[in-house]
Ligand binder design. Structure first.
Ligand SMILES: [Zn+2]
Length: 55
C-alpha cells in the first residue's frame, strides 16, 4: 500500500479494507461514508465505493 493513499471500499469489502488498513498502519482508520457525488470505486472490485478510510 502506498503511504497516505486513501483506501476505498464498497459494502462487500469494508471488512477486508479495515483489516488491510490495520495491518499496514497498525492503527484504526477513520471511516467516512462516501457521498453520492464522489465517483470513486472500491479498491478491491469495480463497484462504487461506499466507505473511505482515512488516517
Ligand atoms: Zn468492493
Amino acid at each position: 500500500m502506498v503511504e497516505n493513499k486513501n483506501l476505498y471500499a464498497c459494502k462487500d469489502h469494508i471488512e477486508v479494507a479495515l483489516d488491510d488498513y490495520i495491518n499496514f498502519e497498525e492503527n484504526a482508520p477513520y471511516m467516512v461514508e462516501v457521498s453520492d457525488e464522489e465517483q470513486v470505486v472500491c479498491s478491491y472490485c469495480e463497484q462504487k465505493a461506499k466507505y473511505k478510510l482515512l488516517s
